[in-house]
Ligand binder design. Structure first.
Ligand code: BES
Ligand code: ZN
Ligand code: ZN
Length: 465
């Protein structure tokens, strides 16, 4: 996508925003368009098309609603062949970043495996921001970087399990670092994982022909002596459940069980392109969870990188096992100022929060508040859920340090979070369960189906603050 800037409109397709109070027109009746949220009306002036999109109540106009409206409008104009779209920015100059994000996200669709005649014939390729205000350029350019990183994550996310497996995911990380020299990548193969004692990642990956990988991406944007923030992600490239096999219905969606790890790639990509003045390390624990004669079993007791042992009670609770190694690695080798971890960890989080919000689990209320604010602004919304002693008791094992299942059906998202806490030492830790919002099977306002890239905009907003 290309972004250009102008001070006057041309005859290109145009998008205008309107809230439900201030909108009035001689040619459009209230029945046709009243500025309601995400409603649209198409008007023709000669050859030119103008799409009005509603922002709803003026008091509800904010970064999130403007981004969504820009997306809805772009998607609609794109579907009727628009290639260049001019945005009327007047009055919304402070939302230049969000308008670009909305438009760029809306223009992405997973078409990689469609035959040529079923791919879109045209796509929106240029966005022109029409405004007198030159100060919109920097935020707009940032918005493009962030939205491109989001779409990059969505594309890898949408690739199925036969395309993306631990080794090919590691290749994606290497390719990214080739493109962006500010990123340094290191990949642990199965042999090296064995040598260095990554027992959790190895156990989960054992059942698959396609061996597990651990991926590390360093970005140094500040002084070397400055502290590092670790961003950790779960990348189960396909989760069958293993020997504790999942039911068949909707199992295809478990190709999205890698989205935490893939989001880490997108966050590092954007951080490098934005030249953020911070130090980051991205750590991705990747395995394919398969049943086979080699697979790990319920009852197994496995050693992990931290030295702690895990009693496996259900091989479908595999995310926490691979993360145990990644978190311990982060703690031991970086003593980070903070570990933030993203994973499609529990169905329980989906039950608790629905599929639009992620769960935030941390003992640090300040961090939870900052993430909440970052979520409202970025559109990747979150909600603080409990973690701690009341849940960790249930995760203690009689025959190992911890077990990977405990507490019964109740509070499953919180007991999973409390399990993870065993592996971070004293490092401040935040777990974000993205099981709900990581992908969508129905289109969302301004977003086509499939992987959403959830977490990229959230953490970039958080890290930039
Ligand atoms: N990847 C799943 C969690 C998940 C389920 C994400 C549905 C998105 C949608 C995870 O590995 C898993 O299977 N968790 C189990 C844990 C249980 C066995 C304690 C779950 O949530 O049922
Ligand atoms: Zn599972
Ligand atoms: Zn899983």
């Amino acid at each position: 996508m290309k972004i250009t800037y102008k001070t006057n409109f041309s005859t290109a397709d145009r998008i205008c925003f309107a809230d439900n109070k201030s909108f009035s027109s001689d040619t459009i009746s209230k029945e046709e368009f009243a500025g309601e949220k995400n409603s649209t009306v198409l008007v023709r002036e000669g050859k030119q098309r103008i799409l009005y999109v509603g922002l709803g109540k003026p008091e509800e106009v904010n970064a999130r609603t403007v981004r969504a409206a820009a997306g809805v409008a772009t998607l609609q104009l794109g579907k009727i062949g628009a290639k260049t779209i001019e945005f009327a920015l007047e009055g919304l100059e402070s939302f230049a970043q969000e308008i670009v994000e909305g438009a760029v996200q809306a223009s992405y669709k997973f078409e990689t495996f469609l035959p040529k005649d079923r791919k879109r014939k045209t796509t929106v390729s240029t966005i022109t921001l029409v405004s007198e205000d030159k100060s919109i350029k920097k935020p707009a350019a940032n918005g493009l970087i962030i939205a491109n990183a989001t779409n990059y994550v969505r594309e890898i996310g949408n690739l199925p399990g036969n395309e993306i497996y631990p080794e090919s995911l590691a290749k994606q990380a290497k390719d990214l670092a080739k493109e962006l020299p500010a990123l340094k990548v290191k990949v642990w193969t199965e042999a090296v994982l064995k040598k260095e004692g990554f027992g959790g990642i190895l156990a989960v990956g054992k059942g698959s022909e396609r061996g597990p990988r651990f991926i590390k991406i360093d970005y140094q944007g500040a002084k070397k002596s400055d502290p590092t923030t670790a961003i950790v992600g779960k990348a189960i490239t396909f989760d069958t459940g293993g020997i504790s096999l999942k039911p068949g219905a909707e199992m295809d969606e478990m190709k999205f069980d890698k989205m935490g790890g893939v989001a880490v790639l997108g966050i590092l990509k954007a951080a490098a392109e934005l030249k953020l003045p911070i130090n980051l390390v991205g750590l991705i624990a990747s395995a394919e969870n398969m049943p086979s004669h080699n697979a790990y079993r319920p009852g197994d007791i496995i050693p992990t990188y931290s030295g702690k042992t895990i009693e496996v009670l259900n091989t479908d609770a595999e995310g926490r096992i691979v993360l145990a190694d990644a978190l311990a690695y982060a703690d031991k080798h970086y003593q980070p100022k903070e570990i933030i971890e993203l994973s499609t960890l529990t169905g329980a989080c989906l039950i608790a929060l629905g599929n639009l919000r992620a769960g935030v689990f941390t003992r640090d209320n300040q961090s939870a508040q900052s993430l909440f604010a970052a979520g409202e602004k970025s559109g990747d919304r979150v909600w603080h859920l409990p973690m701690g002693d009341e849940f960790s008791e249930a995760m203690k094992s009689e025959i190992a340090d911890v077990k990977n299942l405990g507490g019964g059906r109740l509070g499953g998202a919180s007991s999973a979070a409390s399990f993870l806490e065993n592996f971070v030492g004293n490092t401040p830790f935040t777990h974000i369960d993205i099981a709900g919002p990581a992908w969508t099977t129905k289109p969302l306002p301004g977003l086509q189906t499939g992987a959403t890239g959830f977490g990229v905009k959230l953490l970039l907003e958080y890290l930039r603050k």
